[in-house]
Ligand binder design. Structure first.
Ligand code: ADP
Ligand code: MG
Ligand code: MG
Length: 354
């Protein structure tokens, strides 16, 4: 009998559309000859408002590639999978990017159901989404990274006002340019590169509209290299890829506008650098307790030879042209095989943690 795979996509996040694209690619991979003999695809769609839909509607979104909305007033209980026939699903394949999907919330729900699921559990997902927790774990693992400071929203709007003093400190400790980021987002949403005091103040105010916790980092001039990791306790690293673009940094528009960024696989770096990155990628994966898949992103400062870790993404973009599957394709694991392996790792992990 075939394993019934609940492909969970969409989601309450700014990366809803990307999730639909990722899900379309995975759905296709599940229905190719070899995988169709092993797996039955059951799509489950979470609307932007958090409402769960399966069967016809989920299928329709998968086929059209377009989000669907309902105009009804949403009750808290609608944001639980109460209308979904959960006993039909043997394994979940969540491919939700960003908050409410990549951050441990959905993983908690799936854990409660005691059904295996692809990817990281609650801890790995939450650590990977939170840039502050992630940096603490990386630092503990001895991984080099840029200098950074944590800022709380309450420090920005405090009474009596400590904001000028706070900015003075950031200027002295981090200098310009620096990057201001909400702690718990992705896709560069809410991130600013700042070059002076006025930009710093505006950027902090902007980031505070997304999150209570903000991270400010020293900016580096570096090449951006990425490495894909696959597995559980002895994860493997893929070849290294590079992203190039003409814009000031890898912002939202550059990420999601066709033709604004180029991927180079493998990256043109020495074997030594590539090996170092692969090793660091695996260490980073283990440091945050990721599982199944993760894409680890680096800054390579060519002038000094320094490799700094930037972040891990525990549910990286998974469209047919995304870096993660392409890195594996270049490492000898086809898209279809990758999907199969992820499911197998999920089953393995589930039986081990039971
Ligand atoms: P996200 O999780 O949203 O992708 P990142 O931390 O990866 O956020 O930042 C997005 C992009 O911003 C990076 O890919 C890079 O182009 C730029 N960036 C972020 N931090 C720095 C930094 N400290 N120095 C230089 N560029 C940075
Ligand atoms: Mg990220
Ligand atoms: Mg990033």
């Amino acid at each position: 009998t075939k394993l019934r795979v609940g492909l969970l996509f969409g989601g309450c996040s700014g990366e809803h559309e990307v999730s639909i694209s990722s899900a379309r690619a995975i759905a296709k991979a599940l229905t190719t000859d070899e995988n169709a003999n092993r797996y039955e695809l059951l799509p489950v769609y979470i609307q932007k408002d958090g409402v769960w839909k399966d069967r016809k509607i989920a299928q329709q979104v998968l086929e059209s590639g377009k989000p669907l909305f309902s105009n009804d007033e949403v009750q808290p209980s609608d944001r639980l999978p109460q209308t979904i026939n959960l006993s039909e699903i043997d394994l979940w394949f969540p491919i939700l990017h960003g908050p409410n999907g990549e951050d441990g919330t959905i993983q908690g729900l799936l854990t409660l159901m005691q059904v295996p699921f692809v990817g990281s559990g609650v801890l790995g997902s939450a650590m990977g989404m939170d840039k502050i927790a992630m940096k603490m774990a990386f630092s503990q693992a001895g991984l080099p990274q840029v200098k950074y400071k944590l800022v709380m929203r309450s420090q920005i709007y405090s009474n009596p006002c400590i904001f000028p003093k706070l900015c003075d400190q950031l200027e002295v400790e981090l200098g310009y340019p620096c990057f201001v980021k909400p702690a718990n987002l992705g896709s560069s949403v809410g991130i600013s590169k700042v070059r002076n005091r006025q930009e710093l103040e505006t950027a902090l105010d902007n980031a505070a509209s997304y999150d209570r916790r903000i991270i400010v980092e020293a900016g580096v001039m570096a090449r951006e290299l990425e490495c894909a990791v696959l597995g559980t306790d002895q994860p493997k690293a893929s070849v290294v890829g590079e992203i190039t673009f003409k814009s000031d940094f890898y912002d939202y528009e550059t990420k999601y506008t066709e033709g604004k960024a180029d991927l180079f696989i493998p990256a043109k770096v020495s074997n030594e650098i590539a090996n170092q990155i692969q090793e660091m990628a695996v260490q980073a994966f283990l440091a945050v307790d990721a599982a199944g898949l993760g894409r680890v992103d680096f800054f390579y400062v060519e002038q000094t030879g320094e490799i700094l870790i930037n972040e891990i993404n525990t549910l990286p973009g998974f469209t047919s042209t995304s870096m993660y599957p392409q890195l594996w394709a270049a490492s000898g694991v086809s898209f279809d095989e990758l999907v199969h392996q992820l499911i197998q790792f999920a089953l393995e992990r589930h039986s081990e943690t039971k």
